[in-house]
Design a binder for this molecule. Structure first.
Ligand SMILES: [Zn+2]
Length: 130
């Protein structure tokens, strides 16, 4: 599965994050033979590969994304492949996969008469799956 990943140029990374954007954290394993990729907000699910792009490809497939659905941008300030570390912005292009939570209208909170609590519909994520 090599060769499918192209790290786009850096400038796009500067664009503000939308709610469906995710950050992938890539780390070379101490023995130097493999890489681990995980989502920054889901550190328990790790995917390994022989190279950064292979590990990232596994992570994408593991989350149900195909290469045509995502745009990848490596963060230049947080990435040093030769040093064994990289962070990649994953911009998911699939429309309608997640939408602003209709219950809280994207605030992540439920405001009752006397209390403010985490929105039950989205669990505070501010988006819901369609
Ligand atoms: Zn909500």
């Amino acid at each position: 599965m090599e060769g499918g990943l192209i790290f786009r140029s850096i400038h796009e990374f500067e664009n503000s994050l939308s709610m469906s954007d995710r950050i992938a954290v890539l780390k070379r394993q101490p023995e130097g033979l493999s890489w681990i990729a995980r989502l920054a907000d889901n550190p328990t699910a790790e995917f390994s590969g022989k190279s950064p792009s292979e590990a990232l490809g596994c992570l994408l497939r593991g989350n149900g994304w195909t290469m045509s659905e995502v745009v990848l941008n490596m963060d230049p300030d947080r990435s040093n492949i030769s040093a064994g570390h990289a962070e990649v912005l994953i911009r998911v292009r699939r429309p309608g996969l997640e939408t602003v939570c209709p219950d809280c209208r994207g605030s992540g909170r439920y405001v009752g008469l006397s209390v403010v609590e985490t929105c039950h519909a989205c669990g505070g994520r501010k988006v819901v799956h369609c």
